[in-house]
Design a protein. Sequence first.
Length: 273
Amino acid sequence: MVDHLANTEINNQRIAAVENCFGASGQPLAVPGRVLLGEGILTKECRKKPKPRIFFLFNDILVYGSIVINKRKYNSQHIIPLEDVTLETLPDTMQMKNRWMIKTSKKSFVVSAASLTERKEWISHLEECIRHLLTKTGRQPSTEHAAPWIPDKATDICMRCTQTKFSTLTRRHHCRKCGFVVCADCSRQRFLMPRLSPKPLRVCNLCYRQLLAEKKKEVEVDHRQPEPIPSAVPGYEPSSGDESDKSDDDKAEQWPADTEFYTSEVSWSSFHS
């Protein structure tokens, strides 16, 4: 289908229509070889409450945004390269059905479809596009993913100290490493995680200790490495290779496994054929 639609007038018109709906707030989406495969409305689990979002699936990216006027105007455009995406099917909860998680190195979040059939169709098309891209580029599937933020309403107390009760005056915060809802006293530290942001981000005390321990191990490994042999080619240095960032499991302070953190009937536009 991608080869059939690439560089056709109808595909160009569809992409232009999507660009027009986002207006000046969106980025240009038309590039050679890019094909719009389908679109639809999914419910995205946000920090405050689940909200409908428009999603557009291209053969190389996933685009979503907020709905201002249905099928006429959208804003808050987000673009996710499919090479960085992995999917995880989730069980239903009392609040949300047909759920799955879209995981990337920078952001992970939960969405739900209006029916089981729609979820299967979304996941099938996403996995096919991802598989095609990875085969084309020779890359391996991503293994590092940002933690999804647990919704504010999932807990009334800090998920670390389990003592502080949230109120109008006592704000909720989110650890950027584990996604837990925590109080200010349990998240006073900041840590630089270049994969997520160029600036140090708020993390809970437990994750801060884990990140410091990982950083210390990395420094020790670097100190044990032999000095690089000067290259015969000016300006060239051998690559050191990237170390995978594996954090320790949170065994000491684990939130109850049976707690349902992720919680609307929405319309659907079927995939293009």
